[in-house]
Design a protein around this ligand. Sequence first.
Ligand code: TRP
Ligand code: SF4
Length: 400
Amino acid sequence: MAIERIVSGMRPTGHLHLGHYNGVLKNWVNLQHEAESLFFVADWHALTTHYDDPEIIEKNVWDMVIDWLAAGIDPALATIFIQSKVPEHAELHTLLSMITPLGWLERVPTYKDQQEKLSSKDLSTYGFLGYPLLQSADILIYKATQVPVGEDQVPHIEFTREVARRFNHLYGKEIGYEEKAEEGIKKLGSKKGQLYRELKTSYQEEGDDQALEAAQALIDEQQSLSLGDKERLLGFLEGGGKMILIEPEYKLTPASKMVGLDGQKMSKSYNNTIALREDPKEVEKKIRTMPTDPARIRRNDPGNPNNCPVWQLHQVYSMEKTQKWAKEGCTQAGIGCVECKQPIIESVLKELKPIQERAKDYIESPDLVKSVVAEGCEKARKLARDTMRDVREVMGIDLS
Ligand code: TRP
Ligand code: SF4
């Protein structure tokens, strides 16, 4: 099929840290070279749980964009935007809500889980229940083929697929579909139009898969056809209606091995993070004061790396040789813990240096950040508007 398009979002929850970098961000940076990529700040999603904290969201949105740019998301390759600046997401959310059974939302596992986890907050709201549907709108509005997410988000992507399927089932045959397809064929010109018809017949009457593929390739190549015509002609080949919304696949983010300073997963809620914009002196201090194997009280006591979070960091940051040095030095009491931490301090600082330099450039020119986002929003809106035109039409509210 045509090119891949990936869409992913992140809630603005504060400064990003090395856990985000080694998990999500590095993955995004790689993906932006492989597929058309759209990355957005999910500020409405943040409001579903932080509705009582508007100032924080506002500040976090810009900090997050700066962190993305600093981490290497390149606005020349990827489209960076803010969810609330593309109000079409909300319109699609509303329209999809008409066809989404309440039970589907209530059964999404994150719904009850999060309510229990964040029990200090009243999350028995309409917005929170609709969280996955808003996410579906974020994805479906761009006809994304792939959504890079962590494991916890898989149920949301599966839910999105079900919503898209239901939508296509209900509305896939647009009014005047056959006539429009015929008009599309005329736009191919007489020769290619004739070829299209022959291939379609071979496929539909004889089940010739090669004919189907040839016809799909023919349509894909037509640069002068609009996206709508292309999709209609692709759908027409297989006899069905037009696929208005695309069922996306999830693309699991490779698991990050990043541990926090205390050996638990790095997370703001555990207070064990190193922020991407952490001051180098602070980085050094944080690593220097990390807990180590509690059995190693004196320098002469041999230690066990398996009981030490520093060793876990060696596994992320050190080459084999350094790892060997640390392991032997620890078990044979040949090195002290401060010594053992030194290569990690150096590696982390080395990793952070270019990120912090880029961040500094962006912090110093907020206008540049705003213009990157403005341009991204504009691009995203164009795509979103195209989808909404089709969606409104088939739902009978085109009214033009
Ligand atoms: N729910 C996602 C998270 O918490 C964020 C998100 C919102 C998202 N909309 C999205 C991710 C669309 C992928 C695609 O991580
Ligand atoms: Fe941990 Fe290194 Fe100290 Fe061993 S020597 S306890 S691995 S910091």
